[in-house]
Design a protein around this ligand. Sequence first.
Ligand code: FAD
Length: 468
Amino acid sequence: MDTLTNGQFNELRGLLRGELLEANSAGYDEARTVWNAMIDRRPAAIVRCAGTADVRASLAYARDHQLRLAVRGGGHNIAGSALCDDGLVIDLSRMRSVYVDPERRRAWVEGGAILRDFDHEAQAYGLATPLGINSTTGVAGLTLGGGFGWLSRTLGLAADNLLSAEMITADAQRRQVSATDDPDLFWAIRGGGGNFGVVTRFEFALHPVGPQITAGLIVYPFAQAREVLQQYRDAVASMAPDLTVWAVLRKAPPLPFLAPQAHGQDALVLPVFSPAQGQAVDAAIARIARLGEPLGMHVGPMPYKAWQQIFDPMLTPGARNYWKSHNFTHLSDEAIDVVVRYAGNLPTSQCEIFLGLLGGQAGAPSPQATAYPHRNALYVMNVHTRWEDPADDERCIAWARSFFADAAPYASGGVYVNFMPQDEGERSFDAYGANYARLAQIKATYDPDNLFHTNQNIRPASATAAAG
Ligand code: FAD
């Protein structure tokens, strides 16, 4: 890496329409803050790009000066891969425009847009594409890793709905990639993460959704968790793809439909969602409400946009977070026992264990259809360990690791790349699975020097050593 001399970035600054921040610039600390407060990295410079030209200039500068490079979309990645120490950050957080063509049902979305930007524009026409469950997450990182949420059982992953992307690759060239142009690269960015270039604009397919959908929460007492989860698993086997039910074990929030004495107590929460409305959906949800004796429930029609933001208050930025994740093709009684045992011993009141349900259209394509390989993962379990006080770091992380280890014998061995913390670099093979070899070949073609390596990295095929 070049030694940076005082004023070195003035040359780059002169090439930009956006802002370049160094350690002594106002706003530098805010610009190096990401969702997970465990991440404390100090880049030499952060370029808040105003457009594609800034991305190209910054990328060429980093490459020519052999600077470590990171790319920031929504800044939500748990591993903090939006930032690097010492090097240069291409920050797209000022590039959030979303353009919708309602006639052609297409959306063009800039690389720094967050989910709520997308939903806001698309829902103005009653349209949507599958995204995630927290509206401040970046569209870019989510889609590049696969991306799933409430619509995925009906409409597939976010990546499955990607039609094309404008990218700046390591040679600082602009490429418009699609099924017909640079098809290998287009395949790789649908699950291969940020390994292949900076996406400045995505083109998505849109589908009619809402504005009203059916959704809500069914809350069971923790004492019934084991039996309800077993029955939930059995119900999933015949569940229609337009119904999605997740399972979350946590302290019950102070929800108005729960008795005050239930607030703060361990509970099993089943969030339910369907893009449909009507008797068939109501009947299917009523069956979920009969898996045990709920403490309370609140389910009914609501605006899709409101549901997309409903969990935001529990997922605010600024807390300390450590995640551990497993995929499951089947939820055995033994796996449920481990989940319930650890859920009864959450290290802080903000922690939760969740089981996201996939299947349906999310599982329909072959594992080789896109770079996202986990089409057989019916449940994605994520341990959201979350706390405020650094003094709790060791205790909370130890709990998550212990749970992860005890659950491992019942899991598939695969992991969703977007849920991996910073100390899981060695799990990259589990994240990319059988697609790793093809990804490494494509990496060797488009990024032979591994410029994009501050991520869950794919080493270029035949590379003996990657950049450090
Ligand atoms: P960033 O931290 O900005 O970037 C993540 C990675 O993508 C980095 O390696 C970065 O270099 C790369 N990257 C970002 N932008 C670009 C770009 N424009 N071009 C090229 N590379 C880029 N995931 C789901 O699938 N479903 C969910 O429901 C879901 N819920 C979540 C809720 C919360 C509270 C959080 C924190 C995360 C959630 N995630 C979910 C995981 C999420 O998909 C990842 O954290 C994802 O990496 C976030 O993308 P980002 O753009 O915000 O992240």
